[in-house]
Design a protein around this ligand. Sequence first.
Ligand SMILES: Cc1ncc(COP(=O)(O)O)c(C=O)c1O
Length: 397
Amino acid sequence: MKRSIYLDHAATTPLHPEVLEAMLPYLSGHFGNPSGAYALGRQAARAVNEARSSVAEVLGCRTREVVFTGAGTESINLAIKGVAFAQQLAGMGNHIVSCSTEHHAVLHSCEYLDRFGFKTTYVPADRYGTVSPQSIAEALTDRTILVSVMLANNEVGTINPVAEIAAAVRERAQQMRRRIPVHTDAVQAANSLDLNVAALGVDLLSLSSHKFYGPKGVGVLYLRGGTPFLPLQSGGGQERQRRAGTENVGGIVGTAVALRLAQANRQEYSSASRRLRDRIVEGVLAAVPNANLNGHPERRLPNNAHFSFEGAESDDMLAALDKHGIAASAGSACTSATWEPSHVLVAMGVPLSGAVAALRLTVGPENTDDEVDYLLSVLPEIVAQSRARSRGGASPK
Ligand SMILES: Cc1ncc(COP(=O)(O)O)c(C=O)c1O
């Protein structure tokens, strides 16, 4: 029987059974619209309110500072564009500081804002993908209206010192007598890192439920009270005028349960994932010649292993892994005719030959030693064959 081994937890995670159980009533009998002025509506509104309080407890913020959105991407768009437009209207400036290793949800939001007169400085990362507080602070000007730096990178798993970055921004902003809100994309962080917004010192934080065993299509935006913000969607007054549209009640209920579980299980999750991940890293580096581990050797997500196998090709390796029933990722986008090397790897200074030969393996505690053994038994040959085919003349597609 063909195996089915899931090693792409950075892309999405399975729904936790307790999450599904909590959601089911709201996908059937409890179908009311939370705005409805009758019992069924009040029941739905109560569920959304309870979910909001639960999320606020995990984030260590006030209940009204939690905004439910449709996915992490929407949360990030709301954070960046919502703050930028509000600051622009208030005449505060037009300059954003972010970094070159961010997810496209951040980078493309900043690019979109270019058309409205904004300018973004993309602070470079070091060879591990880390951004330093000093380089962020140095990029601030008297026109800066927002800083956005991710907590953990989705490709190489590197963890940024966000608390130190936020502190450096605060200090520099005070010297300039400005208030510069700090946003962090924490989409990859919920399973293993503390999300207390006071400890992180951030004004905005984005989450995506399906990355922590919750449902797809639900996100969270933490929006500190008093942060300049202009909503992007026009419509009803849901989410205290910050995100119009009838609430995804089942998804919101599931998100709250998933986030509670993520917080409660963080240590267990991290040690179980780390053990399997370390087995993969040690096994691959020992068995595959000329293999490089990308990302920070220690300050990285406990479930992330990311390699470059120079001379091989990502799409080739992924197809061969898939034939063996192993789901993995390259972390870079393959467009119709060309391999777009990952902007993250390019920003870290990984040579093109390494960037087109990347493989990301992200585990979860539900993976087993047997699955790791199987991966380690097939991967060296898969890399060798891809290298041989590549040497045979096929240029990277
Ligand atoms: C770091 C990071 N930010 C943002 C997103 C976007 O989240 P979603 O696809 O749930 O909207 C992802 C998803 O891969 C991510 O990894």
